[in-house]
Design a protein around this ligand. Structure first.
Ligand SMILES: [Zn+2]
Length: 129
Protein backbone atom coordinates (compact mmCIF):
# COMPACT_ATOMS: atom_id res chain seq x y z
CA UNK A 1 0.00 0.00 0.00
CA UNK A 2 1.05 3.58 -0.61
CA UNK A 3 1.52 5.85 2.39
CA UNK A 4 2.58 9.42 3.03
CA UNK A 5 4.51 11.44 0.52
CA UNK A 6 3.17 14.85 1.51
CA UNK A 7 6.62 15.70 2.86
CA UNK A 8 9.82 14.69 1.19
CA UNK A 9 12.08 13.14 3.81
CA UNK A 10 9.24 12.25 6.16
CA UNK A 11 10.37 9.63 8.70
CA UNK A 12 9.69 5.99 7.97
CA UNK A 13 9.35 3.87 11.11
CA UNK A 14 9.81 0.14 11.57
CA UNK A 15 6.32 -1.34 11.95
CA UNK A 16 7.48 -3.91 14.49
CA UNK A 17 10.60 -5.23 16.20
CA UNK A 18 12.76 -7.21 13.82
CA UNK A 19 16.04 -7.75 12.03
CA UNK A 20 17.04 -5.97 8.84
CA UNK A 21 17.22 -8.60 6.12
CA UNK A 22 18.08 -6.44 3.16
CA UNK A 23 18.99 -2.86 2.35
CA UNK A 24 18.77 -2.07 -1.33
CA UNK A 25 20.89 0.89 -2.20
CA UNK A 26 19.62 3.33 -4.76
CA UNK A 27 20.27 2.51 -8.39
CA UNK A 28 20.26 -1.27 -8.34
CA UNK A 29 16.54 -1.94 -8.29
CA UNK A 30 14.79 0.44 -10.63
CA UNK A 31 11.20 -0.14 -9.61
CA UNK A 32 11.52 -0.35 -5.84
CA UNK A 33 14.30 2.19 -5.65
CA UNK A 34 16.14 2.28 -2.39
CA UNK A 35 14.40 0.03 0.11
CA UNK A 36 14.62 -1.79 3.41
CA UNK A 37 13.27 -5.25 4.18
CA UNK A 38 12.80 -6.28 7.79
CA UNK A 39 12.18 -9.82 9.07
CA UNK A 40 9.93 -10.24 12.11
CA UNK A 41 9.08 -13.22 14.33
CA UNK A 42 12.22 -15.11 13.34
CA UNK A 43 11.62 -14.68 9.63
CA UNK A 44 7.94 -15.63 9.35
CA UNK A 45 6.71 -12.09 8.73
CA UNK A 46 8.32 -9.41 6.58
CA UNK A 47 7.78 -5.72 6.05
CA UNK A 48 9.28 -3.74 3.18
CA UNK A 49 9.67 -0.01 2.74
CA UNK A 50 10.23 1.14 -0.85
CA UNK A 51 11.22 4.35 -2.68
CA UNK A 52 13.27 5.71 0.22
CA UNK A 53 15.27 8.89 -0.18
CA UNK A 54 17.82 7.77 2.40
CA UNK A 55 18.53 5.03 4.92
CA UNK A 56 20.27 5.75 8.26
CA UNK A 57 23.83 4.50 8.56
CA UNK A 58 23.02 1.91 11.23
CA UNK A 59 20.35 0.22 9.14
CA UNK A 60 22.31 -2.67 7.66
CA UNK A 61 21.66 -6.34 7.04
CA UNK A 62 21.58 -8.10 10.40
CA UNK A 63 20.86 -4.97 12.43
CA UNK A 64 18.14 -5.26 15.05
CA UNK A 65 15.42 -2.65 14.90
CA UNK A 66 12.61 -1.87 17.30
CA UNK A 67 9.08 -0.75 16.49
CA UNK A 68 9.06 2.96 15.86
CA UNK A 69 12.74 3.24 14.99
CA UNK A 70 13.50 5.45 12.00
CA UNK A 71 14.68 3.17 9.20
CA UNK A 72 14.45 5.55 6.28
CA UNK A 73 13.15 8.76 4.78
CA UNK A 74 10.28 9.01 2.30
CA UNK A 75 11.49 9.72 -1.20
CA UNK A 76 10.88 8.92 -4.83
CA UNK A 77 13.66 6.50 -5.77
CA UNK A 78 12.47 3.96 -8.30
CA UNK A 79 9.29 5.92 -9.06
CA UNK A 80 8.87 6.97 -12.65
CA UNK A 81 5.50 8.64 -13.03
CA UNK A 82 3.66 8.40 -9.70
CA UNK A 83 4.00 10.89 -6.91
CA UNK A 84 6.53 10.13 -4.20
CA UNK A 85 5.29 7.85 -1.43
CA UNK A 86 6.26 5.07 0.89
CA UNK A 87 5.33 1.78 -0.72
CA UNK A 88 4.79 -0.51 2.26
CA UNK A 89 4.30 -4.25 2.06
CA UNK A 90 3.50 -6.93 4.63
CA UNK A 91 4.17 -10.55 3.77
CA UNK A 92 4.01 -13.88 5.54
CA UNK A 93 6.01 -17.07 5.12
CA UNK A 94 5.00 -19.57 7.80
CA UNK A 95 7.93 -21.87 7.00
CA UNK A 96 10.61 -22.40 4.40
CA UNK A 97 8.37 -24.85 2.48
CA UNK A 98 5.79 -22.16 1.80
CA UNK A 99 6.24 -19.35 -0.64
CA UNK A 100 5.92 -15.83 0.64
CA UNK A 101 2.39 -14.42 0.52
CA UNK A 102 1.53 -10.73 0.58
CA UNK A 103 -1.20 -9.59 2.94
CA UNK A 104 -3.24 -6.41 3.00
CA UNK A 105 -1.73 -4.51 5.93
CA UNK A 106 -4.78 -2.30 6.49
CA UNK A 107 -6.46 -4.38 9.24
CA UNK A 108 -3.20 -4.56 11.17
CA UNK A 109 -2.41 -0.89 10.77
CA UNK A 110 -5.58 0.13 12.59
CA UNK A 111 -4.17 -1.64 15.66
CA UNK A 112 -0.64 -0.34 15.50
CA UNK A 113 0.42 1.69 18.52
CA UNK A 114 1.29 4.93 16.79
CA UNK A 115 1.10 7.80 19.26
CA UNK A 116 2.21 11.38 19.26
CA UNK A 117 4.84 11.83 21.95
CA UNK A 118 4.13 14.40 24.70
CA UNK A 119 6.97 16.68 23.62
CA UNK A 120 8.75 14.77 20.94
CA UNK A 121 9.94 15.67 17.51
CA UNK A 122 7.75 14.32 14.75
CA UNK A 123 5.97 11.22 16.00
CA UNK A 124 6.72 8.31 18.22
CA UNK A 125 5.56 4.95 19.39
CA UNK A 126 4.35 3.89 22.79
CA UNK A 127 3.19 0.48 23.97
CA UNK A 128 -0.54 -0.09 23.69
CA UNK A 129 -2.18 0.06 27.12
ZN1 LIG B 1 3.49 2.35 -4.48
Amino acid sequence: MDLGGELWGEHVYAAHDGVVERVQENGHDQRGGQYVRVAHFGGMVFTQYFHLAAVPRGIRRGARVVAGQVIGLVGDTGIESERRHLHFTLSIRPSKEFSEVYWDPTPFMTRWPLRLPPQGTVAGFAPRP
